[in-house]
Design a protein around this ligand. Structure first.
Ligand SMILES: NC(=O)c1ccc[n+]([C@@H]2O[C@H](COP(=O)([O-])OP(=O)(O)OC[C@H]3O[C@@H](n4cnc5c(N)ncnc54)[C@H](OP(=O)(O)O)[C@@H]3O)[C@@H](O)[C@H]2O)c1
Length: 313
C-alpha cells in the first residue's frame, strides 16, 4: 500500500479548501513511528492555519495535512526506536511543523508519543493531547498553581478550558470559570466552584481577587482580567502576549504560551484519566470526509469540549 486518505489544503482559505483525497503514505525517519490513526481531534489552530492566519509564524509548503491530535496504533517503527513496538496503542500532539493527523496514517517522532489512556476509546483519547498539554503547561508550568489558590479560567467549557477546570480542581485550587448559561451545570460537574455567565455579567464585577488568570480569549477579556488579579498574581495567555506595562502597574506577572509536544505530561495525564480524575469531553464525532463541517463548528467558538474525527471504527 502506497496511498491513504487524508484531508489536505492546497491553498489557504475558507473551509472549502479542505480536500479529502488520496495522498502518499508518510515516510518515517529512523526516530519516527508510523501511527495508524483511529481518531484525530480538531483544534482552533487547525482553522487558523487553514485560513492562512499563521503563515508568518508557521511557513508551510503546501499541500499540508492538518490536525495535531492523534490516537491510534503503532503500525511501523524507525530503525532507532526502542520505546514502542508494533501494535502499541498510543496518543500524541505531534510537531505542528509536519503533516498532521487528518489522515489514515501519520509519522510522528517517537519522543512525542505516549501510551494512550487505557480506560477510554481512541475517540476520547484523541480529544486529549493538544488541549490538555496546553492547560497543564499554563496552570502547572507557567503559573505553578497550588492547592488553595484561586484561578479564573476563561472559556472554561471549551477544549482547553474543560481540561483546565478539571486539572485545577484536582490540584485543590478554587476554580472560577466563565461560560454561557447552558454550560454552568456542566462546569460545576467538572469541578468549578463558581461559574460566571459572560453574556450577562462582567466577570470583574463579581470575581473576588484570584492568584491566576488563564486567558483563552485575549482582547478585551485579557485587558479586563488584570483587575481581578491579586498583587503577585499571574495572567497566562495562550492567545496574545500580556502587556508588560499592565503587569507592572498591577504588581503582577504575565506569560504567553505556545505549546510544544510533551509526551512526559501525556503519560501523567493518561494516569489521571485512568484513575477517573479527569475525563475528555467530546462534543461531536464526524468522519474525515466532513472536515469542512467540523471546521465551521470549531470556528463558531461555542464547542463544549472537543470535535473529533473517527478515522477507523
Ligand atoms: N498558544 C497555544 O499553544 C494554544 C494552545 C491551544 C489553544 N490555543 C488557543 O486558545 C483558544 C481556546 O482554544 P479552545 O480549543 O479551548 O477553543 P474552543 O474549544 O473553540 O472554545 C470554545 C469555548 O469558548 C467559549 N466562549 C466563547 N466566547 C466566550 C467568551 N466571550 N467568554 C467566555 N467563554 C467564551 C464557549 O463557551 P459558550 O459556548 O458557553 O459560549 C466554548 O465553550 C483558541 O484561540 C486557540 O487557538 C492556543
Amino acid at each position: 500500500m502506497t496511498t491513504m486518505k487524508a484531508v489536505r489544503i492546497h491553498a489557504y482559505g475558507g473551509p472549502e479548501v479542505l480536500v479529502y483525497e488520496d495522498t502518499p503514505l508518510p515516510a518515517i525517519a529512523d526516530d519516527d513511528v508510523l501511527i495508524r490513526v483511529y481518531a484525530a481531534a480538531v483544534n482552533p489552530v487547525d482553522w487558523k492555519i487553514r485560513a492562512g492566519h499563521l503563515q508568518e509564524f508557521l511557513p508551510y509548503t503546501l499541500p499540508l495535512t492538518l490536525g495535531w491530535d492523534v490516537s491510534g496504533v503503532v503500525e511501523s517503527i524507525g530503525a532507532d526506536v526502542t520505546s514502542f513496538k508494533l501494535g502499541d496503542e498510543v496518543y500524541a500532539r505531534p510537531n505542528i511543523a509536519r503533516d498532521g493527523a487528518y489522515a489514515e496514517y501519520i509519522a510522528v517522532k517517537a519522543s512525542e508519543v505516549a501510551v494512550k489512556p487505557k480506560t477510554v476509546d481512541h475517540v476520547h483519547a484523541a480529544a486529549v493531547p493538544l488541549a490538555a498539554i496546553t492547560a497543564w503547561h499554563c496552570l502547572f508550568e507557567s503559573a505553578q498553581l497550588a492547592a488553595g489558590q484561586r484561578v479564573l479560567i476563561h472559556a472554561a467549557a471549551g477544549g482547553v478550558g474543560s481540561y483546565a477546570v478539571q486539572f485545577a480542581h484536582w490540584k485543590g485550587a478554587e476554580v472560577i470559570g466563565t461560560a454561557s448559561a447552558r454550560n454552568h451545570d456542566f462546569l460545576v460537574e467538572l469541578g468549578a466552584n463558581q461559574v460566571i455567565d459572560y453574556q450577562t455579567t462582567q466577570f470583574e464585577d463579581v470575581v473576588e481577587p484570584v492568584d491566576v488568570v488563564f486567558d483563552t480569549m485575549g482582547g478585551d477579556v485579557q485587558e479586563r482580567s488584570w483587575q481581578v488579579l491579586k498583587p503577585g498574581g499571574i495572567l497566562v495567555s495562550v492567545v496574545s502576549p500580556p502587556s508588560e506595562a499592565q503587569a507592572s502597574a498591577h504588581h503582577c506577572r504575565g506569560a504567553y504560551v505556545f505549546i510544544q509536544p510533551r509526551a512526559d505530561w501525556l503519560a501523567e495525564i493518561a494516569q489521571l484519566i485512568d484513575a477517573g480524575q479527569v475525563k475528555p469531553i467530546v462534543d461531536a464525532v464526524l468522519p474525515l470526509s466532513q472536515a469542512a463541517e467540523a471546521h465551521q463548528m470549531s470556528e463558531s467558538g461555542h464547542t463544549r469540549g472537543k470535535i473529533v474525527f473517527q478515522v477507523k471504527p
